[in-house]
Each structure stands twice: as structure tokens, then as C-alpha cells.
Design a binder for this molecule. Structure first.
Ligand code: XIL
Length: 425
């Protein structure tokens, strides 16, 4: 019924990040206009430097402001590249396993087979984080992508709720007390799909209707009373009609969830920024952040990077543009006190998902992250450091944890639902 989700997985994901961000991508005139803009504002502007006060790592700079800085990493990179691992230890107070806590991504197959979990890689990632006093973000429990091949054969209208309950209970339960925050539901809004409330058409939504979102949060809350439970999405950052509609739909979703007592604690704004997208409107973004904050939610920047696919080839020029995008975006974001965390989607250009998902036409390596391919700090790192240094101090670091220990007991039908699956793990 929904086999298209697995077949078109890579395609949808690649396009997904950009859809709604605008039509500038690929349009030659737009790319040129963007370049002219950057030339005037950044490249020919002698005042636009990216100097930092000292070389203190990002995690200490963030900590001084009551913020957490962290980065995503894949097991296959972190466990084999010792120098890379050293940089994670130096820069990051938090680790976001990029593949290992998804149902199935890359060589990390948490859901190896219908009746089996393989926690080996996830355990090693979490162990690495704990050994080096880093917190952990869990990404992601309920998403329409990165589902195993067998998902469509196994999960149907009759048993979908059992599957959802059992997956969340098992994974969240196993790491209870060890994961700072979970992306419980990921990318559930897509107004272009034309459904009620702007909900995306996903396997979960088709099988369980809109209730799957509330249910997922309740199961997660019961399985780990400490984790900060997050709704995570992209396409919220720019002043485009698509992003505007999506911001509205996300805000309405958050309002509905809060009104019905769903245990949700934070919004994750992915922030895959687009190098040549000029429609950035600080005022509208500030308004959105403050609307979210007024619901009593924390805000996390969860997957920050800059897509440089359409930027000029020159490394010097590209790096300056990328750095300015980081600094301009973060100075707005970090001004909002509800923002408590900043996570880049990788640490070094040596390993970025954009190499695969948004490669450059000229074949040159992408440069979306704080460290370059030789693991050296580049101007993107300095821009992030500057924005953090300029941010107001948050009241306390403990704000990153759930304030109440409210426990959400699962109702009997859900408990009954998971019996009978007969899973080994
Ligand atoms: C991506 C990973 O970076 C890729 O390596 C993987 O193949 C697919 O998922 N939004 C999210 C992240 O919430 O989980 C995605 O991560 C990127 C888009």
C-alpha cells in the first residue's frame, strides 16, 4: 500500500529538505542574484570578519551561556577515525547518533528483522558519549523514512498500534535516563500533501490517523520520564510561502498537542540552511520562536548545516558566505531564551550527509560544517563561536531537562497491544 515510501526513500529525503525552501535552487538567475547579494554584503565588506576571542571549544562557549552544543555522527566514522573522535570530545557536550537510533539507516539496522532488534551500534555510540561526558539525542522514533524493507509487509491497519507502542517502549525504555532528548515524531507536517491540519501522508498517519502523534509522545513519556520529548521538522527557517505555511501548521500542531495534554516538551528546528536562499527574515523567525516559546516549549536547533550546492566553487568565497549564513541565522535564533541547544548535523566536512544528498555539480567537496575535511576549524566554526559568544545567558543549564516528573501511564489497550508480538531483543 505504501511501498512507495521505501522505493522513493532517498529521493524524497533529498528533495524533502529543499522542498518548501524555494525555487531558487537550480534557477540560474536566482543563483546569480544570490551571488551579487553576497558580494555586496559579505565578500566586498571589510567589516565582515569572523574573528573569535580565543580558541575555546564550542562546548565551553555554549556552556557559559547555559546552552548545549553538540553534533551528529555515524558509528562507522566515529569508531574508525581516531582524530575525528578527538574533535568530538573537544567540541561537543552532546552526541546525536545519525543512523543508529533510526529504524534502519545506512549500515545501522536497529530493526534488523521483524522480530529482532540489534542494539550493538546504538550501544557503542551511547557508550562513547557517556565515556566522554557527552549527552545523547535520540533521532528518531517515528518517521516516514528510514524504515526497513520489511516494514510494509509486516505493519498493517490491525497491528500498527502494536508496532508503534512496542518500538518506542523497547528503544526508549532501553536507554531510559541516558538520552537527554528524543525526536519522538519527525517531519509529520507537509501542507503540500493537502491533508487536514497540514499533516504529511506517511505510513503511520495512513494506518493510525492523526492520533499517532499523541500516542507516540505518550508511550515515550511512559518509557522514559526524564527525556525531553521533541517534535522535529525542517522547512521552518525562511520567508517563503511554503515555509510560512509550514510554520503555521507546525504551530497549530503544537497548540493542539499542548491543549490535549500530550507530553511534548520541545520543538526541534532542523535548520538545514540553503546557501543561496536569500529569503531570510529575522523578524518572522523571531515571531515564530516566540510563539513556540509562549506554549511553554523549549526550542532545539537539531540538524544545523549549510547546503552549499549552488554556491561558487572558490573555497575562500564559499567559506565566507557559509560563515555569514551561520552567524546571521544563529544570532537571531540564540536571542530567543527558549532556545537551549544547538546541534550541527556532523562536525567535519569529511563526513556529511550532504556529500550524498546534495553533492555539488562541479564535483568539489561540500563544506557545510564547522571543521574542514582536514578537521581544522574554519570560518563556519568561528561564526558559530561568535554567535554563541554574543548570545544572552540562559537562566540555568537544567532548563535542558524536563521540569516535571509527571508520569504518563499507558492505558490498558496499549499495554495489551504489545503482548503477542513475541519479539526477541
Ligand atoms: C539523514 C542522515 O543524515 C542520512 O545519512 C540518512 O541516510 C538519512 O537520514 N532529517 C532528519 C535526519 O531528521 O534524521 C536526516 O538524517 C536528515 C533529514
Amino acid at each position: 500500500m505504501y511501498s512507495r515510501y521505501s522505493r522513493r526513500r532517498a529521493l524524497t529525503l533529498g528533495a524533502g529538505v529543499l522542498s518548501g525552501i524555494g525555487t531558487v535552487i537550480g534557477a540560474k538567475a536566482g543563483v546569480k542574484a544570490a551571488y551579487r547579494h553576497y558580494q555586496a554584503q559579505i565578500l566586498d565588506n571589510p567589516d565582515r570578519t569572523f574573528e573569535t576571542a580565543g580558541e575555546t571549544p564550542l562546548k565551553q562557549r555554549a556552556q557559559a551561556k547555559g546552552l548545549i552544543y553538540g553534533a551528529a555522527a555515524r558509528h562507522q566514522d566515529l569508531m574508525t577515525d581516531r582524530t575525528l573522535a578527538t574533535h568530538y570530545r573537544t567540541e561537543c557536550a552532546l552526541l546525536a547518533p545519525e543512523w543508529e537510533l533510526k529504524w534502519s539507516a545506512g549500515n545501522a539496522r536497529l530493526r534488523t528483522a521483524p522480530n529482532q532488534f540489534d542494539f550493538t551500534m546504538a550501544d557503542e555510540m551511547i557508550n562513547f558519549a557517556q565515556t566522554h561526558a557527552m549527552q545523547v539525542r535520540g533521532n528518531t522514533l517515528v518517521w516516514h523514512l528510514c524504515l526497513p524493507e520489511w516494514f510494509t509487509e509486516q505493519v498493517n491497519h490491525q497491528n500498527a498500534e502494536q508496532w508503534l507502542v512496542q518500538h518506542i517502549q523497547t528503544v526508549v525504555g532501553r536507554y531510559a535516563g541516558q538520552v537527554q532528548s528524543w525526536d519522538v515524531v519527525n517531519e509529520a507536517i507537509e501542507p503540500a500533501d493537502g491533508q487536514a491540519h497540514g499533516l504529511r501522508r506517511t505510513p503511520w498517519q495512513e494506518l493510525l490517523d492523526a492520533d499517532y502523534i499523541d500516542l507516540a509522545f505518550r508511550i515515550a513519556a511512559a518509557a522514559d520520564p526524564k527525556a525531553v520529548l521533541t517534535y522535529n521538522d525542517y522547512g521552518l527557517e525562511y520567508d517563503t510561502p511554503e515555509n510560512q505555511t509550514k510554520r503555521q501548521a507546525v504551530l497549530q500542531l503544537l497548540e493542539r498537542l499542548k491543549a490535549q495534554g500530550t507530553p511534548i516538551h520541545a520543538l526541534g528546528i532542523q535548520s538545514h540552511l540553503v546557501g543561496n536562499e536569500l529569503r531570510f527574515n529575522p523578524q518572522k523567525l523571531r515571531q515564530f520562536l516566540s510563539d513556540v516559546a509562549s506554549l511553554g516549549l523549549k526550542i532545539f536547533i537539531t540538524e544545523l548545516d549549510v547546503i552549499d550546492r549552488e554556491l561558487p566553487q572558490s573555497v575562500e568565497v564559499r567559506d565566507r558566505i557559509i560563515a555569514s549564513i551561520y552567524e546571521d541565522f544563529l544570532s537571531v535564533i540564540l536571542d530567543e531564551p527558549a532556545v537551549k541547544m544547538l546541534v550541527t548535523w556532523g562536525l567535519s566536512d569529511r563526513y556529511s550527509w550532504l556529500t550524498e544528498f546534495h553533492p555539488r555539480a562541479d564535483g568539489s567537496a561540500v563544506r557545510p560544517l564547522p571543521l574542514d575535511g582536514n578537521l581544522q576549524r574554519k570560518s563556519a566554526w568561528r561564526a558559530i563561536a561568535r554567535a554563541i559568544d554574543a548570545a544572552p545567558v540562559r537562566s540555568s543549564q537544567s532548563a535542558c531537562f524536563r521540569s516535571s516528573n509527571h508520569s504518563f501511564a499507558l492505558e490498558q489497550p496499549h499495554l495489551r497491544a504489545i503482548k503477542g508480538l513475541g519479539l526477541n531483543h
